[in-house]
Design a protein around this ligand. Sequence first.
Ligand SMILES: [Zn+2]
Ligand SMILES: [Zn+2]
Length: 391
Amino acid sequence: MPVLNRVAALQPEIAAWRRDIHAHPELLFDVHRTAGVVARKLKDFGCDEVVTGIGKTGVVGVIRGRREAAAGRPAAVGLRADMDALPLEEQSDLPYRSTAPGRMHACGHDGHTAMLLGAAKYLADTRNFAGTAVLIFQPAEEGGGGGREMVKEGLMDRFGVEEVYAMHNMPGLPVGEFAIRPGPMLASADRIIIEIEGLGGHAAKPDLCVDTVLVGAQLVSQIQSIVARSVDPLDSAVVSICTFQAGTASNIIPQTARLTGTARTLSAPVRDLVEKRLAEIVEGTARLYGARALLTYNRDYPVVRNHEHQTTFAASVAQEIAGPDKVNTQVRPMMGAEDFSFMLEARPGAFIFLGNGNTAGLHHPAYNFDDEAIPAGVSYFARIVERAMPA
Ligand SMILES: [Zn+2]
Ligand SMILES: [Zn+2]
């Protein structure tokens, strides 16, 4: 069965919602307009419950099927979309380009939100399932942990969610195709901050100073030994130092220096190892040069780990819509991150990629979500509900 006919007919309407959201991008938890639009539409569609303000600006729509949940089936299935944009100046002459300077929907969350709204409209009209569909619209996916906040505020228990599914568009994957894998699909993302304190002074008298530039430079290269020499070659990790701030003039040895970066891994033991080695290298290197250094290691997003059973199910739903040869069920994991990971830690579920075709990459100023992907994405969400909880 290809995309649902009824969903295909909704495509122009859903694309119009998407373009409206695209023109009004909002950041992190400040998605008041978007959340307002979402809540209003969910009410218009006839959702049984619409709850706002979960995880600050998150919105949840509840749709009850035509029957109570069947024994041996989940009583409620959660579907998640994200609503936030990025602090980036859009490069486009689209008629619906961003109206907010320095902000744009460069990750396609406008498309995710519109597609989940489309699924809500379809599910509220048809109710061809037994149990409850829980539509989750989260803020602050781009670094703010909106998913974590919603889970912390009891999202799963409050709505009885037993399984949870999410989708992200993927440039480079043809429109109408899907990609997924069981186990780790996206990496954990942790923030590294290293503050170095030495002894500043005249550049011509380095013997009287403790040079924080030298300590920082040593740290940048020592840290590369973590992936090269501490992590099992068959495991994956990235440690990138991305800023190095020190000094004010070419003849002053600076008193302090500051490095920041990110660490990505695909498993908890490797994550622990990277943190431990970083701490040892920072401490040891600073001591070697008589400096002091403080490591702050912030664990931001855990690994997006797809659950085996729900991944097989999600892949079969995608195959039903796209055709069996249009679903890659063993896509390579990526070292990007997603805070849907918090929902997957709370409940079993799966995260899938939806093809966005040959567009600019995610987070690029010329990126745009492809509205042609809408029928496949909406059908996927709708069929997840109908097949996980058949009427
Ligand atoms: Zn993003
Ligand atoms: Zn995204």
